[in-house]
Design a protein. Sequence first.
Lengths: 240, 290
Amino acid sequence: MLQIQNLHAGYGKVEVLHGISVEVPQGKVVTLIGSNGAGKTTTMRSVSGMIRPMSGNITLNGKNITGLASNKITRAGLAHSPEGRRVFSTLSVTDNLLLGAFPRLTFGRERGDVQGDLKRVFDLFPRLKEREAQLAGTLSGGEQQMLAMGRALMLNPDVLLLDEPSMGLAPLLVKEVFRIIRELKARGITMLLVEQFAAAALDVADYGYVLENGRISVHGPAEQLKNDPAVKAAYLGAAH
Amino acid sequence: MEIFAQLILSGIALGMIYGLIAFGYQLTFATSGTLNFGQGEALMLGAMVGLTLVGHMNYWLMIPLVLVFGALQGVLVERLGVLPALKTKSEFGWIMTTISLAIIFKNVAENVWGHDDVTFPSPLPTAPLQFFGLRVLPMEILVVAGALAVMLAVEIFNRKSIYGKAVVATSNDRDAAGLMGINTGMVITFSYALSSMTAAFAGVLVAPLTLTGATMGAVLGLKAFAVAIIGGLNSGMGVIVGGLILGIAETTTGYYISTGYKDVPGLLLLLLVLAIKPAGMFGKSVIKKV
């Protein structure tokens, strides 16, 4: 479904990713774990076109999307819920969600069941339904995260990128976020997940990659990574 | 007292023109963080093209053609001046390019239409109407109504249509808007088209009240820039109030003190606002996250 091959990327002249390869098969959840600055968010940004890769190859459904503008990649079927939520603060919750379906709302006619999708997102996140007319900027951090995820789902994406969905949230909300990720997985949505809570991420994922200083150090089925002594020591800690 | 009320009325019409041009500055600043410093020249070109067309047709038929011309002129400015600067991530390149284009437009206008200021035939009766002893030109009413109509139309577009929402989303967060499948480059081009269209419209509104000529835009553009700063570059209310303050300050100072000093109060206010509330009277300060 989504294939990243030998990706080099960075900012300006500074290379952050030194040739990584990741594969996200259809219907699977793949997680990318690693410490701060390892290149997780840079990987996500390269895939969704927020930054232009220096070299390498990214394909979505067999289509080469390397270096395309983000709006084209979105239209090819990839949704990205970015790090830091990035909701449109001066627009209402409903407008934020509708913009998630923007490619299907242009030229004066609706393509596909946008209203039905909106209802399904509200069913998944009842809190958003309660606040549908409120400006996104006035939502709490947890609600904004729900909105960012809901907005990405409005695309009906082939692949969903979730970057640090639990960042900055209270423990109870972190649990809620992971419950929703499980729910999305049960619906068969293909996901690439970046998380600081490596243990929780490996619990929900089918497959995992460990990113260290811009290179993949270990990868394997999530179960196997959870029991890997090196991964355990470095990322899972004693508390987990 | 009657004279004072009369001065305020004249100030309102002038102020709405400043407000409308300032509104044009806001449109491009919101989506791209850049301004067209040739906004005054866009106004002048609109008025000159309008003047040429009025020789062949009725004023009201001329307006849509001037609007189309304004939009195309805005696209030209964006493509030639702003897009290259944004692409090379040049933080201030657009300042120089839009000023350069403004000078070129002024020179072209001087060569095409000459150096002399000419009168623009008024589409409405030039005899003032009387209200409670106050005189109002029908054209002044048209200016106020026209300016408000443009701002209202843009506001409705932004709130109701999916494209308007895409414009607001781009203003909020350009990268995130791109992730929604919005072509943010197109949105910026569109905002330049809309901005110049607004200026061209302001040109044909103000032209029957003033003289029309290649140099008419420079002062208007500069004063409207002061209005945008006074009111706040991101506040719709701010440009209306800022425009009215500047317009009224000008007419009253011109009468009570001296026409030579009519620009002073507005510029003093500009200095005051910059010293006390740099985001503008109604502006929200933007925190730049790094």
